[in-house]
Design a protein around this ligand. Structure first.
Ligand SMILES: *[C@@H]1O[C@H](CO)[C@@H](O)[C@H](O)[C@H]1NC(C)=O
Ligand SMILES: *[C@@H]1O[C@H](CO)[C@@H](O)[C@H](O)[C@H]1NC(C)=O
Length: 270
């Protein structure tokens, strides 16, 4: 273990703390960060005829892959609409996963919580009935001209459509990363896989500093064995199967969202 291997994660962590402090000062004033999400679990309605999640249980661990699968499965209605409550429940579980990736991912976890808080605010606000599904939300906000297609509308809280787009992009990163983790050979370095997923899904939306901080955070990623341990499967083969199961479930939700945003020309919202 050379000094480079030790130093970089430390630098990454400090850099992220710095960025986190800078970037979240304002956001947290608009929408207070939620308390730690451990143990909070929303009741999830079941839809369709999907088999029950093959979900190893992880006693004593915050992140539960079973909750993740249940939420992202439950969030697609038989009509192909996306229920926001369940979508956010899925994200609550993903945040626990991100937290488990190490302290260097704190910035990302907190940014994500801020986005979720904005959406929860819309969901419990005066127009709550329009925030039941993703499709209704987008239609409602477009109708009211709340979605700034070129610039952010001033003096308004961020629209749900714009906010969810940020989560949607991050979801692609996680989908790609978990997919690579499930499919790659043991000789492939998870840090590298995570960086590739980031390059493909997210990097182009981030400024230079955030990209540098992210690249450094990936170097501090846990080992493949530890990452497989997070899904609490028995052995590597099952861990891979569980991961790919999660990837398929996430991809379905991602694809529906992507299609909706593409149809309305919203994929590049500022
Ligand atoms: C917070 O936002 C306001 C405008 O909304 C801006 O004037 C101020 O500089 C921001 N503060 C920080 C710390 O970013
Ligand atoms: C999602 O879309 C991609 C690209 O269009 C496709 O390859 C993939 O099979 C889709 N996955 C699901 C689960 O719908």
């Amino acid at each position: 273990m050379g000094p480079k291997r030790v130093l970089l994660p430390v630098v990454a962590f400090l850099g992220l703390l710095f960025l986190a402090g800078l970037r979240l000062q304002n956001l947290s004033a608009v929408s207070p960060l939620q308390p730690p999400l451990l143990g909070s679990r929303l009741p999830l309605p079941r839809h369709g005829t999907l088999p029950p999640p093959r979900a190893p249980r992880c006693p004593g661990q915050g992140f539960q892959i079973g909750h993740l699968l249940a939420a992202f499965r439950g969030c697609v209605t038989p009509e192909g609409e996306i229920l926001l409550q369940e979508y956010l429940a899925g994200w609550k579980e993903l945040i626990k996963l991100i937290d488990a990736l190490g302290a260097a991912f704190g910035l990302l976890a907190r940014e994500t919580q801020t986005k979720m808080a904005i959406l929860e605010g819309h969901r419990s606000g005066p127009h709550a009935p329009h925030y039941h599904t993703l499709q209704a939300m987008v239609a409602f906000e477009l109708r009211r001209g709340q979605v700034g297609l070129r610039v952010l509308p001033p003096d308004q809280p961020p629209s749900g459509s714009r906010t969810l787009l940020r989560l949607h992009r991050a979801l692609k990163w996680l989908e790609l990363f978990l997919g690579k983790l499930g499919r790659s050979g043991v000789e492939e370095d998870p840090s590298q896989l995570c960086a590739e997923a980031y390059q493909a899904a997210l990097a182009r939306y981030h400024g230079w500093w955030v990209r540098q901080a992210a690249e450094l955070a990936f170097l501090a990623l846990p080992s493949r064995r530890e990452l497989y341990g997070l899904v609490c499967a028995e052995g590597e083969k099952e861990a891979r199967a569980v991961l790919l199961d999660a990837v398929g479930t996430i991809a379905r939700v991602y694809n529906i969202t992507q299609q909706l945003y593409a149809t309305h020309g919203l994929l590049e919202l500022p």
